[in-house]
Design a protein. Structure first.
Length: 341
């Protein structure tokens, strides 16, 4: 009961800090000129402050520093140091801009530093393969949340849903560190969504989306399942983070198919944009993706407790549906290829 009480206090602390700090960050952003201005590829029609990511960062950091048990702080030090570095990398990009390859190199360096503290997967008998998979996961999920931050409330809401399932899984498997971190992220996201849901009065920017994606990736690595085997449980974080992973795959494959650079090509070709093109409003598209993420979270809970046969049956069905969806979403009315000149 002690762990659940601590997690509740951390959650409420992060929620309260986010509710207070987000308007402050909004005012600071306006004052220093950190605003996202309208552009042809963007959905908003007026300048929107960008420093919401700073409020998210402070909510998570302060909630853990103020309310987390001191004996657990050494384990969090490396994670929070990496999250701090990735957040300030995003602030730099929001303020002054950064070339995609330089930003990617910075993410790789930060991921490597965090891996050196022991944040690694242990799926394979070969350490080098575990390190490569860990690096790919950390950098990939970090950027997946950056990419999915393309509509009011989407990245923050998906982050909240994922954090809620990580918190439930931590409670079921006695994972105190994961539970504390997930509770902080959940509270911070819900508090931020008060100002970021459509119509948003502030954006999280790269500072928030990179920070959120990095913490989601770490949660997926740190979560352990003492009553099941890694041969099965590797699917759990993949399902919990299924919507950002699918959106990234859709965008990358679609752009490569069209001969475009997936790293540098902007466009309204994300999953949320395609749902709007098919007739949903912005709010309906975001809520639909929330529901899809909840569905995947429920499947992840089942896989975490199931045997190999049942788990791989679920995994196979999800993978099959994802492949069909990748094909279908490239067709009208979800996507209209540009007319040839």
């Amino acid at each position: 009961m002690r762990a659940q009480t601590a997690w509740l206090v951390i959650f409420l602390g992060a929620l309260a800090i986010a509710l207070v700090m987000t308007p402050v960050a909004r005012a600071v952003a306006v004052r220093v000129g950190m605003v996202d201005r309208p552009a042809p590829r963007k959905l908003h029609t007026r300048p929107i402050p960008l420093l919401g990511g700073l409020a998210l960062y402070l909510a998570v950091l302060l909630a853990l520093l103020l309310f987390e048990g001191r004996y657990n702080l050494p384990q969090l030090a490396g994670i929070l140091a990496g999250a701090t570095a990735i957040s300030f990398l995003g602030i730099w990009d929001d303020r002054w801009g950064m070339r995609p390859l330089i930003k990617l190199a910075g993410q790789v360096l930060i991921a490597g530093a965090v891996m050196a503290t022991g944040v690694t997967v242990s799926l394979f008998p070969w350490p080098i393969l575990n390190l490569l998979v860990t690096l790919l996961w950390l950098v990939g999920i970090t950027n997946a949340f950056n990419l999915i931050d393309n509509m009011d409330g989407l990245s923050g809401g998906i982050g909240a849903v994922a954090a809620a399932f990580f918190l439930l899984l931590a409670a079921l498997n006695g994972q105190y560190l994961v539970g504390a971190l997930a509770a902080a992220v959940l509270g911070a996201c819900i508090g931020f969504l008060r100002y970021n849901f459509n119509p948003a009065s502030i954006f999280m920017g790269d500072a928030g989306s990179l920070f959120l994606g990095f913490l989601m990736a770490v949660l997926g690595i740190k979560l352990r399942f003492p009553n099941n085997v890694a041969f099965v449980t590797w699917m759990v974080p993949v399902l919990v983070l299924g919507i950002p992973i699918f959106d990234t795959a859709l965008v990358v494959l679609s752009r490569l198919r069209r001969g475009l650079n997936p790293l540098t090509t902007p466009g309204k070709d994300h999953l949320s944009h395609r749902l709007v093109r098919a007739g949903l409003t912005h709010r309906e598209a975001v809520l639909t993706l929330y529901l899809a993420q909840v569905t995947l979270g429920v499947l992840a809970m089942f896989v975490a407790m199931a045997g190999a046969l049942e788990s791989y049956l679920i995994g196979g069905l999800v993978a099959g549906f994802a492949l069909w969806a990748l094909w279908r979403l490239e067709q009208p009315p979800f996507f209209e290829p540009p007319a040839r000149r």
